[in-house]
Write a protein that binds this ligand. Structure first.
Ligand code: ISE
Length: 336
């Protein structure tokens, strides 16, 4: 296949960022179709993909013969309805996180993929492609500093849009840590406890945050995640790993330091789009390379399900204030 012809479903900020990425920085792919019900958003997206055709729904796009692979960037609650026809068509898909809003729908997707007999769903956990996380995972696995004892994770957003509700602290934002902590430690998360920190009065009224999410892995590692979406100053995702013989930290800004008028300052990211730009590029390039051969090049639908199951325990703890336990279905051998 010369160029992978990609349809993008959902052209909000993330979908549009992927369109620009695929049409400018990624090799071997181009955008041939978009599916977006909001006329203004669709029009804005087509500026970056003038060759693409707009379709009303995924079924029409698949039937057009213009699509070899699909990238889904709508909110999680719309994913299942879009993924099912794609599984039936048997073409590769990159689905942004969270894969679905709840465990039953995540399991339905896995079951449909298993039944179809081929791994075609990659879930958009871009942190797995971030240089720092890759290095940290190797550091943990090598045991050069001895055993890993604990993780301190900082996840801070300057602010969030109007449609971001309180549950999204866990379901949308901490969904990343449910994946990456399991990935770093190579061990599933068995319990989650959400603590309310002192409320930031600058947070929108509907949000009760920051929160501290304590997740414990089966291997006994506790990760303490500060989830904070009203920090005002910038976007930070920092991880500190505590080992028997040392400490490793990733994610501090590497922006320019400026000395001026008796002060020094360093620029900081203000959005995940720039903080993880390289990771997104590497994620999408790996997906395009694999999808061109009909497969996937990153986290599977099962990884998507494992994060959703962690989110479910996290939401239970957010409501009860207690430690809640995560339970999982047995992994089908298909995903080994
Ligand atoms: C957003 O959806 C993301 O995926 C970002 O990585 C995360 O930092 C942010 O909190 C989410 O809302």
């Amino acid at each position: 296949m010369s160029q992978l012809r990609v349809a993008v479903v959902g052209t909000g900020s993330m979908g549009t960022d992927h369109i620009i990425r695929i049409n400018t920085r990624i090799s071997g792919a181009s955008i041939t179709a978009i599916i977006e019900p909001d006329q203004k958003r669709a029009k804005d997206a087509l500026v970056h993909a003038p060759e693409a055709k707009k379709f009303e729904n995924i079924e029409q796009a698949l039937a057009s013969g213009l699509v070899d692979a699909v990238l889904i960037a709508t909110p999680g609650e719309y994913h299942e309805a879009v993924i099912m026809p794609i599984i039936a068509a048997g073409i590769p898909v990159l689905c942004e996180k969270p894969m679905t809003p709840d465990v039953p729908s995540a399991l339905r997707i896995c079951a449909a993929e298993v039944k179809a007999g081929k791994k075609i769903i990659q879930v958009g956990f871009m942190r797995r492609f971030d240089e720092g996380y890759i290095e940290l995972r190797e550091q943990i696995a090598s045991q050069r500093l001895g055993e890993l004892l604990a993780l301190h994770c900082t996840h801070r957003n300057p602010s969030v849009p109007d449609w971001y509700g309180n549950d999204m602290l866990i379901a949308d934002s901490v969904s990343h840590e449910f994946d990456i902590v399991r990935y770093l430690t190579n061990s599933p998360i068995v319990s989650v406890e959400v603590k309310q920190l002192k409320r930031n009065k600058l947070a929108p009224e509907r949000l009760n945050e920051p929160i501290l999410v304590l997740m414990e892995t089966e291997s006994g590692i506790v990760a303490a995640v500060e989830m904070n979406v009203s920090v005002q100053f910038g976007y930070q995702v920092i991880t500190e790993a505590v080992f028997q013989k040392g400490v490793a930290e990733i994610g501090r800004s590497s922006g320019m330091t400026t000395w001026e008028a008796g002060r020094s300052s360093q620029s900081e990211h203000t959005t995940y789009i720039t903080r993880f730009a390289r990771a997104y590029d590497d994620e999408i390039q790996a997906w395009v390379n694999a999808a061109s051969k009909g497969g996937i090049g990153g986290p599977t639908a099962w990884d998507g399900y494992m994060s959703v199951a962690g989110v479910q325990a996290g939401l239970a703890s957010l409501r009860s204030g207690n430690k809640e336990f995560a339970t999982y279905e047995i992994k089908p051998t298909f995903y080994n």
